[in-house]
Ligand binder design. Structure first.
Ligand code: IMP
Length: 397
């Protein structure tokens, strides 16, 4: 299947993960981005880690959309996201230091919610107090930030970074409430405001009203929505309470980015040929011991954001099928096939060396049989990935 529709134009498309994250969405977005003009992040924050490999160089993106590594693409971070301004400013600096242009090609919604240092502190305390009921979060302050968004009184939006007076007034309003609610917390509001004012200088050029840009793009350009985290971590539809705090399915695009339901023409699900999960929560196909060690090593299954070793297991077909239904998936990109190569413990062991294949037709029969079975059991597989780079994505013609 071509990545284009029948009229030769790529319809506005959503890419979502159908497992617990880390399926390789960054790679898939980077591959598809060739057909698109705009890439949009609509949910989550720096708890995400999207890896994109370009010409052997690896970029680990957390907040900036994966389209940034391709010249000519407009990247939007919309209001459904949770932004840590300090991490965002650093990410921009790091990209620039590596020669990636970050300028008018990145725009950030003034309505995005800021993750502030007190959110991390709240989360640290909550996780410690929860003991056995802890979620095993990434520690990035995401849950408390979204909780403040729902509470409203203590929320701080990116718009405050546009004006230093507003920023200082808002921090002075919220800081005493946070201090009263969190015993022993010393926010040092003046120092925090100074630090935020410094970071605001760097972020101000990017922040504004992204709605007109998005409307214009929907009308005349091609838009790719990049889901962060994944379906089974969705706050409403995932394995609650062991989920993240945002809407990670294709359903989240509409409120997270502010686009009508009819705008989306296609939903692509990313499925890894096995499963990994970071943090606590159910994992029916989890494996442990030496086979888990081998799978983890083969797949390099360590968190992009935290470096934590991921829990690993085999593909959970019923869970993925449910995610296909929920998201209305049109087609799947199957990643991680190369990891199963030479792994004798796997339910579907594949011959070693398939990571060197560059065309679907060159894959060994065992691999193609697996892909065909998953196409029948889950949803049509439109491409498979045997490695990490752009060239390792093989469309199925
Ligand atoms: P939080 O998003 O930091 O609150 O973490 C909640 C749960 O979601 C934890 O189990 C995290 O490990 C998991 N999680 C959040 N974001 C990601 C991701 O991008 N990849 C994998 N797991 C994630």
């Amino acid at each position: 299947m071509s990545t284009f529709d029948g009229r030769g134009r790529a319809p506005h498309t959503v890419v979502v993960g159908l497992q617990y994250g880390d399926e390789g969405k960054g790679q898939v977005v980077d591959w598809l981005a060739d057909d698109y003009d705009v890439v949009v992040r609509f949910n989550g924050g720096a708890n995400a880690g999207h890896s994109v490999e370009v010409a052997g160089e690896r970029f680990a993106l957390h907040l900036v959309p994966s389209g940034i590594v391709r010249p000519g693409i407009l990247n939007l971070i919309t209001g459904g996201t949770a932004l840590d301004p300090f991490l965002l400013a650093n990410e921009i600096d790091q990209l620039r230091a590596r020669g990636v242009e970050v300028d008018g090609n990145l725009r950030i919604a003034a309505t995005a919610h800021l993750v502030l240092p007190w959110h991390r502190e709240q989360e640290r305390r909550l996780e410690a107090l929860a003991g056995g009921a802890a979620i095993g979060t990434t520690g990035r302050g995401i849950g408390p930030c979204y909780a403040d968004k729902a509470l409203r009184v203590t929320a701080v939006r990116a718009e405050v970074l546009l004006d230093e007076g507003t920023l200082r007034r808002r921090i002075a309003e919220v800081a005493p409430i946070k201090e009263a609610m969190l015993s022993g917390l010393d926010v040092a509001p003046n120092r925090l405001s100074d630090e935020l004012a410094a970071v605001a200088e760097r972020l101000r050029p990017f922040i504004g009203d992204v709605t007109p840009l998005l409307r214009d793009a929907l009308a005349s350009r091609r838009v790719l929505f990049e889901g962060a985290h994944s379906s089974l971590l969705d706050v409403d539809h995932g394995t609650y309470p062991f989920v993240t705090s945002s809407h990670c399915t294709a359903l989240g695009v509409h409120s997270g980015a502010g686009v009508p339901a009819r705008a989306i023409g296609r939903v692509i699900g990313v499925v890894k040929a096995y499963t990994s999960r970071v943090g606590a929560g159910p994992f029916p196909t989890e494996i442990t011991g030496a086979p888990a060690e081998r799978l983890r090593e083969h797949g390099g299954e360590y968190g992009t954001s935290t470096g934590r070793p991921r829990r690993v297991g085999w593909l959970d077909v019923p869970a993925v099928r449910e995610a296909v239904e929920l998201n209305g998936v049109d087609g799947i990109v199957l990643t991680g096939l190369g990891v199963l190569a030479g792994l004798d413990d796997a339910p579907d062991p594949l011959p070693a060396g398939i990571d060197r294949c560059r065309r679907y037709a060159d894959l060994p029969a065992e691999a193609r049989a697996l892909v065909e079975r998953l196409s029948r059991d889950i949803a049509p597989v439109i491409a498979v990935c045997v490695g990490r780079g752009r060239e390792a994505v093989m469309p199925i013609e």
